[in-house]
Design a protein around this ligand. Structure first.
Ligand code: NDP
Length: 333
């Protein structure tokens, strides 16, 4: 089976030459393992950080080894009592066609309950990030006005809708195209939205939220964070979830120049890592699963076909080619 290797650590924006698609032997599973044929794999912004040398909350990818990440596949051989041939599983050995997975690191995915790809998006890690980041980290409460950046993406699209469903007084989103902005309002029910490429964020946010905001869910950092600090009301809260505007920066990026406002406004800015919030998992599955089944919460996917195009899908994600979750289909029908 083929697998994508990282062959050079990108400087700034990754280039196709930093990656190579190579043939890997498909081995039999050992005791307690399963052999999986991957059907879908995820590309996620955090993977950019793993391409750097430096240590973070996830270890860097090794050079000249298969990369890894979320994937959904079908069990084709099993030496674990918990899994049978034909089962669908979620695991973290993506970026390859076949994976030998320790059974302890695989979770069954029910193809009857939701489309399999949803377990990489709305019902998976990004959905859980939205849920934990809004309700736990930002301590969202009914009546809050919520602003989310990256609002047409996998996490952001869910944040805005969850806030609406839980009684936000106003939901505002920013995204990088007019088509995405239209979708925020018409499909996801945001009250206001703007294209951050069309003018200063602070000005557009002030117009979209004349009474200020109580929660800012930050997927972007940089100019967006500074604008949000300016717009936040007293006792406002910020979930620092991502800073994609600076993931490819080669120099340290400037901090928000207005951070001093956090004192007078008694703001709380809190970073998050989704894996800390496992205790919310069942609540997330029940509540969000219900909203999806009833049609109250929508999710989109941008699907790129074929393992050959997986790097292109990742680069496209960083450029904003996706609406909703960026998924690579490795051969699912
Ligand atoms: P998205 O689906 O939102 O895809 C990334 C999006 O980022 C693109 O579609 C693009 O949309 C936008 N973008 C790219 N460059 C810029 C820029 N310079 N300024 C503003 N927007 C930009 O990805 P995810 O939903 O998977 O992730 C969203 C954020 O959440 C990321 O920052 C990610 O790192 C973070 N994250 C954090 C987790 C945690 O545990 N802390 C867990 C999961 C995700 P556009 O067209 O609008 O520019």
């Amino acid at each position: 089976g083929r697998a994508w290797h990282l062959v050079a650590r990108p400087q700034g924006w990754p280039k196709p030459e930093d990656f190579a698609l190579r043939e890997e032997p498909v081995t039999e599973p050992g005791e307690g393992q399963i052999l999986v044929r991957n059907l879908y794999m995820s590309v996620d912004p955090y993977m950019r950080g793993r391409m750097n040398e430096s240590k973070s909350y996830v270890p860097p990818f090794s050079l000249n080894r298969p990369m890894s990440g979320g994937a959904i596949g079908e069990v084709i051989a099993s030496r674990s009592a918990g899994f049978a041939v034909g089962d669908h599983v979620l695991h973290d050995l993506g970026w390859r066609e076949y994976a030998v997975v320790d059974a302890t690191r695989a979770v069954k995915a029910d193809a009857g309950a939701a489309p399999l790809s949803a377990y990489l998006g709305a019902l998976g890690m990004p959905g859980m990030t939205a849920y934990a980041g809004l309700f736990e980290v930002a301590s969202f409460k009914e009546g809050d006005a919520v602003f989310v950046s990256g609002a047409a993406g996998a996490v952001g699209s869910q944040v805005g809708q969850m806030a609406r469903l839980k009684g936000a007084s106003r939901v505002i989103g920013s995204a990088g195209s007019d088509e995405k902005v239209r979708r925020l309002i018409e499909e996801y029910g945001f009250n206001a939205a703007f294209n951050y490429k069309k003018g200063p964020v602070a000005e557009q946010l002030a117009e979209a939220a004349p009474e200020g905001i109580d929660v800012y869910f930050d997927n972007v950092g940089g100019e967006h964070l500074e604008a949000a600090i300016g717009a936040l009301n007293v006792h406002g809260r910020v979930t620092l979830c991502g800073a994609i505007a600076q993931y490819n920066a080669t120099e340290p990026t400037p901090g928000p120049r207005n951070l001093v406002q956090a004192i007078g406004k008694r703001l709380r800015l809190q970073g998050m890592i989704v894996s800390d919030h496992g205790h919310l998992r069942q609540q997330f599955v029940d509540e969000v699963g219900g909203w999806i089944r009833s049609g109250e919460l929508k999710y989109d996917e941008t699907v790129v076909n074929g393992i050959d195009n997986a790097v292109e899908a990742f680069l496209g994600l960083l450029r904003g080619d996706n609406t909703g979750k960026m998924i690579v289909n490795l051969g699912a029908e």
